[in-house]
Design a protein around this ligand. Structure first.
Ligand SMILES: Cc1ncc(C[n+]2csc(CCOP(=O)(O)OP(=O)(O)O)c2C)c(N)n1
Length: 630
């Protein structure tokens, strides 16, 4: 178990915080930071964001009456300090591990976790829902949403602000401004916040000036109107947070988010505010750990690392990941075709886009955490003859369903969706697994949907898709794919048999990253006397019906295997086809069955879901009634 300091050792719940003097609270912040660094160096996780919110989290729990007052963390990756002081300190070594604490807030884990988060920009909506529920019940507690400046680039946050400001709901928003999303934050709002942060002395001057303007006496109607006009236009310049004020919020800030002496009195003051309040808190990502302070992007999400400032963290990503190879290819293709543009929703590094962005900054667009906007932006560019590529993690594209359907597919626009982190991701768990993409894309008319099984095929499909008409979505995993898996088909959108065995009564149709597991399962089955053929069924839509018809006629069993949810997935497509077109084979789909999958290593999770190679072999044998043919 990670050692903790003497003050932290006494904190079993936020009530214990309230017994501390201001000096002790400051000391506790130091101990918590050390504990955090020690823990994350062993478990991996979102270190930099958590180091930035140590004082903020202590001040919130000190000033509010949690869990009665609701505290909602946007994205939720910055909830480690919150977990440490809400009774989970001794379990922190299990963070993000199989069966251990989640790296995100989970209602089932603690009553202090008011709302499950994981995807960005949801906290204000959730807080508003809770505030309205409170008011309907006639209760009085506070509801607080902590939202990063990165998360504020997501449209949903503004939908909620718009609603709350108009209805004047009693909620408190803490805008945690560290100038960073995963990379440096982007957009006009980010520039606005920078201006607000600007110079504290200047802001004090502005407050005085604003007060004076509010008290300009008027002499006669004309002068009054003139003063009003001047006052209003000057107010925009002079009143800090005017933008938020105009939206109906009382704005406080900017506040030094590491100064408990500023945070605590302000939180205590606004706790009973009858209006919507926005507190703009300025923090430093990675604070207190020199390597993370110097390179917060690298320590946004890290693997385990040795606790020496000179040591580099083990990166969360793989050294030869699909993303890296995809980025290299896009850069090469971008040189040949200047219609190729790349769009990212704040995931440039994760999606391997850095080389393209460096080579073609004018054709690269980071739109912030705005997947919906990114999809329609791509549609607009495609409508004008460009070849936009939107590279995005599978689970984050979920929120752009309508934009992909109505803006891209409906107009048959040649947008290429490069869908990274498809399938299980591992330690980030439920909210981050990309197991729904086959299901949410397959039924879109005109969408070509492919999940290649090897690097060679992935790169070939991307190249082909950039020449094809209409939209294409290509799914690939977080990890590397095998370099090559046998001879590639002539047409990249066709299936190919990657292993055939004489006398095989069954075929295993594997999609994308499941091909190696299929091959291993086939080896196990061969050893027990039940040979199966393995087919690389990369094309999920359209299906390779020539091969499927042959297989349906020739085999007794077809097993489909995907790193995705069964309902609406590839197996469902094969079943639907066979249901209409017939064929003798019995079809058994293998994938995740109508459930959310938790966190752990990919291997542990596959094992749990019966999708390890041995599990696949066992399920196949069970389906054929243990008949091995021997
Ligand atoms: C919809 C969605 N897209 C992308 C992400 C990936 N993501 C996780 S944290 C993060 C940056 C968040 O920045 P901010 O809200 O400022 O928090 P900070 O880490 O700076 O504290 C991003 C882009 C996500 N969680 N959800």
């Amino acid at each position: 178990m990670t050692e903790c300091g003497s003050l932290l050792g006494k904190i079993q719940s936020p009530d214990d915080l309230k017994k501390l003097s201001p000096k002790e609270l400051r000391e506790l912040a130091g101990e918590t930071r050390q504990f955090l660094i020690d823990t994350v160096s062993r478990t991996g996780g979102h270190l930099a964001s958590n180091l930035g919110v140590v004082e903020l989290t202590l001040a919130l729990h000190y000033s509010f009456d949690t869990p009665r007052d609701r505290l909602i963390w946007d994205v939720g990756h910055q909830c480690y300090v919150h977990k440490i002081i809400t009774g989970r300190r001794d379990e922190m070594d299990t963070l993000r591990r199989y069966g251990g604490l989640s790296g995100f807030p989970k209602r089932r884990e603690s009553e202090y976790d008011a709302f499950d988060t994981g995807h960005s920009s949801t906290a204000i909506s959730a807080a508003l829902g809770m505030a309205r529920a409170r008011d309907l019940r006639g209760e009085r507690h506070a509801v607080v949403a902590v939202v990063g400046d990165g998360a504020m680039t997501g449209g949903m946050a503004w939908e909620a602000l718009n609603d709350a400001g108009h209805k004047q709901d009693r909620i408190i928003i803490v805008l945690n401004d560290n100038e960073m999303s995963i990379t440096r934050n982007v957009g006009a709002l980010s520039s606005y916040l920078a201006r607000l942060r600007g110079n504290l002395g200047y802001i004090r001057f502005k407050k005085v000036a604003a007060w004076l303007l509010d008290h300009i006496p008027f002499v006669g109607v004309r002068l009054f109107r003139w003063a009003e006009r001047i006052k209003n236009s000057l107010k925009y310049l002079l009143v800090p947070g005017m933008y938020f004020e105009e939206m109906g919020f009382t704005y406080y800030g900017p506040i030094n988010g590491h100064d408990l002496g500023q945070l605590v009195p302000l939180f205590q003051r606004v706790r009973h505010s009858g209006r919507p309040v926005l507190i703009h808190v300025v923090t430093q990502k990675g604070r207190g750990y020199a390597p993370a302070q110097a390179d917060p992007e690298r320590y946004h999400s890290t693997g385990e690392f040795a606790r020496k400032p000179t040591d580099q963290p083990v990166s969360g990503g793989e050294s030869d990941s699909c993303d890296m190879r995809v980025g290299e290819l896009l850069t090469k293709l971008g040189r040949r075709d200047d219609r190729i543009c790349v769009i990212t929703a704040a995931m440039a590094q994760g999606c391997g886009l850095r080389p393209f962005i460096s080579a073609f900054p004018g054709r690269s667009f980071d739109v912030g955490i705005a997947e919906q906007h990114a999809a329609t932006l791509a549609a607009g560019m495609a409508a004008e003859g460009f070849r936009p590529v939107f590279a995005v993690y599978s689970s984050f594209l979920q929120r752009a369903y309508d934009q992909v359907l109505d803006d891209i597919c409906l107009q048959s626009l040649p947008v290429l969706l490069l869908i990274s982190h498809s399938g299980l991701v591992g330690a980030d768990g439920e909210t981050h697994h990309g197991i729904f993409d086959h299901a949410y894309l397959r039924h879109m008319p005109g969408m070509r949907l492919v999940a290649p099984s090897s690097m060679e095929r992935l790169l070939a499909v991307i190249e082909a898709a950039l020449k094809a008409d209409g939209p294409t979505a290509i799914c690939y995993p977080r990890r590397a794919l095998p370099e090559s898996l046998g001879e590639a088909p002539r047409d990249v959108f066709e299936w190919s048999a990657i292993r055939t065995r004489p006398g095989a009564r069954a075929a295993l149709l594997a999609v994308g990253s499941m091909a190696p597991s299929a091959l291993e399962a086939a080896r196990i089955l061969h050893e027990v006397g039940f040979p199966v053929d393995v087919v690389d069924a990369a094309a999920i839509k359209p299906l390779d019906t020539d091969m499927l018809n042959r297989l349906l006629a020739e085999k007794e069993y077809l097993f489909t295997l995907e790193d995705g949810i069964l309902q609406g997935g590839f197996g469902g497509a094969v079943l639907e086809y066979a249901g209409v077109h017939g064929g003798g084979a019995r079809i058994v789909p293998l994938g995740y069955d109508d459930r959310f999958v938790g966190h752990g290593t990919q291997e542990q999770l596959r094992e749990e879901c019966g999708l390890s190679p041995a599990g696949i072999a066992e399920r196949i044998l069970r389906a054929v009634g243990g008949r091995s043919g021997r």
